[in-house]
Design a protein around this ligand. Structure first.
Ligand code: ATP
Ligand code: MG
Length: 468
């Protein structure tokens, strides 16, 4: 006899081969019923929907069904049958049930429905088994695919930048140090400084805060590249929008000016949002109904809008006008100040009601590598600000002039000796170029409607939290 092959539940629910024998494997969501007939809702992660298993209790014997409780993993052979229930296409009339693993109802934490997101964070090893996190992690996968497709279709190359780095010109104070030195027996020199010559790399090393600098090297050869990798920032702030370990996508494009960079950012986000609506419909609908009734509306809204483009200076004027009219902010705002999330969200949610790309920031609050404007005060930075999120993208046109770049680096105390290789791109065949960084989890917050970034990454790392 030919052995029966397992079918994924996503396919079972589409199938019209009623009367055939099928096999499914998955985790029991619920079991209910009476003395004659039992109903098992089974999920295998291939879709948010469960398949209903109908069990003739007498034929099986009540005892043999006892281990089939919420959380148990089972294999079912049975007849695929058209379901009389509304909204269900197919169910399975069980002939044989095998229990792979039981889940004791007294200790299995996912018993009742409607656990809080906070509680589920404490059991992050089990939360993928809930409808909510199944949906989120399926969407996360599809968004990663969308990102690769977007760039691949446009002739960008996926370029891998290092995770371990010995230059800290970007993230002073925010970097996680990496060492093989024995911390219990640290040798210091006469000045009290640590001698790194005996460390693994012979110098101080850290986890990357951005792949941009290396990405620029590649753009100056391959034309258009993007990175997509883990990024580490020792952010002390415990906010709902920051992780210590997150994923960042960083395109970098030779010959792009700031206007091209803005268009790329807008096209890119819209492509991803459209992808979610087209490829993750059931999961997005579930999240819409469970958590955020305006989610789908907001996604469609963003697709229709042309993002507002506005200079920082104009943005400050709007915020000052808001204050004059009686609006209050927690943090002070004036020309030269960095925008807090409340300011960004005021512009997006209250004033324009539309995504905003803010450009031309004061040079003092932006990085040394951003292209300087002729006014001597501002640089060609661009931040994309989104409803509910605030900053989702940060980018700029890069300074391509060697003298201006190295002078600005010195002014900002960037240790240029560590990035001689970066400065070299401006010595040999320099060109105008631009790029940006999109926080993958910020994009996922937007697409899923989740309001805490800890709920869109499987195992979040935040201050004092690295469990799992
Ligand atoms: P923010 O002002 O929100 O802290 P940033 O200006 O430090 O962000 P950039 O250095 O411009 O961020 O990084 C590019 C993008 O990476 C940001 O627009 C954001 O989407 C994302 N990002 C930055 N820091 C984090 C973090 N700690 N956790 C998650 N995403 C982040
Ligand atoms: Mg930024």
């Amino acid at each position: 006899m030919e052995t029966l092959k397992r079918t994924r539940i996503a396919e079972i629910l589409q199938s019209k081969d009623f009367g055939t024998t099928v096999q499914v494997k998955g985790w029991v969501r619920t079991r209910r019923g009476n003395k004659q007939v039992g109903f098992i809702a089974l999920n295998d992660g291939s879709t948010i929907r469960n398949v209903q298993i109908v069990v003739p209790v007498d034929a099986f014997g009540e005892d043999s069904l006892k281990p089939v409780t919420t959380g148990a993993c089972i294999r079912v052979n049975g007849i695929l049958t058209e379901s009389p229930g509304q909204g269900q296409d197919a169910e399975i009339h069980a002939q044989e049930i095998h229990v792979y693993g039981t889940a004791d109802p007294l200790t299995y934490p996912l018993q009742k429905k409607g656990h809080s997101l906070e509680f589920l964070r404490d059991i992050a090893h089990l939360r993928p088994r809930t409808n909510t996190f199944g949906a989120i992690f399926r969407i996360r996968h599809h968004m990663a695919i969308a990102i690769h497709r977007f760039f691949h279709e446009r002739g960008f190359y996926y370029f891998h930048t290092p995770v371990l780095t010995a230059s800290d010109c970007e993230g002073a104070g925010q970097m996680f140090q990496v060492t093989t030195l024995n911390l219990y027996d640290l040798k210091k020199d006469a000045n009290g400084s640590i001698d790194y010559t005996n460390d693994f790399f012979g110098k101080q090393a850290s986890l990357t805060v951005s792949g941009q600098l290396e990405g620029e090297l590649a753009a100056m050869a391959l034309g258009a590249i993007y990175t997509f990798g883990p990024t580490f920032r020792a952010e002390n702030s415990n906010t709902p929008r920051h992780l210590a370990e997150f994923w960042m996508i960083e395109p970098e494009v030779a010959f792009n000016e700031i206007e091209d960079n803005m268009q790329l950012a807008e096209d890119f986000i819209k492509y991803c949002v459209r992808w979610a609506l087209d490829n993750c419909r059931e999961d997005v609908e579930f999240l819409n109904n469970m958590f955020d009734k305006e989610l789908i509306e907001r996604l469609n809204f963003v697709l229709k809008q042309n993002f507002i483009r506005l200079t920082y200076t104009e943005g400050i004027r709007i915020l000052e006008a808001a204050i004059a009219k009686g609006h209050t902010f927690e943090y002070p705002i004036y020309w030269g100040a960095d925008l807090a999330s409340e300011h960004e969200r005021y512009l997006v949610e209250d004033h324009f009601r539309c995504p905003v790309i803010l450009t031309d920031y004061p040079k003092e609050i932006k990085s040394f590598y951003m292209k300087q404007n002729d006014d001597g005060k501002t640089v060609r930075a661009m931040d994309v600000l989104f409803p509910k999120i605030g900053e989702i993208i940060g980018g700029s046109q890069r300074e391509e002039d060697y003298d201006k770049l190295s002078q600005r680096a010195q002014e900002m105390d960037v240790p240029t000796k560590d990035i001689w290789w970066y400065l070299d791109t401006r010595r040999f065949g320099t060109a105008p170029h631009s790029g940006f960084g999109l926080g993958f989890e910020r994009l996922l917050m937007f697409v899923t409607g989740m309001t805490n970034i800890r709920d869109v990454i499987p195992f979040p790392r935040t201050p004092h939290n690295a469990e799992f």
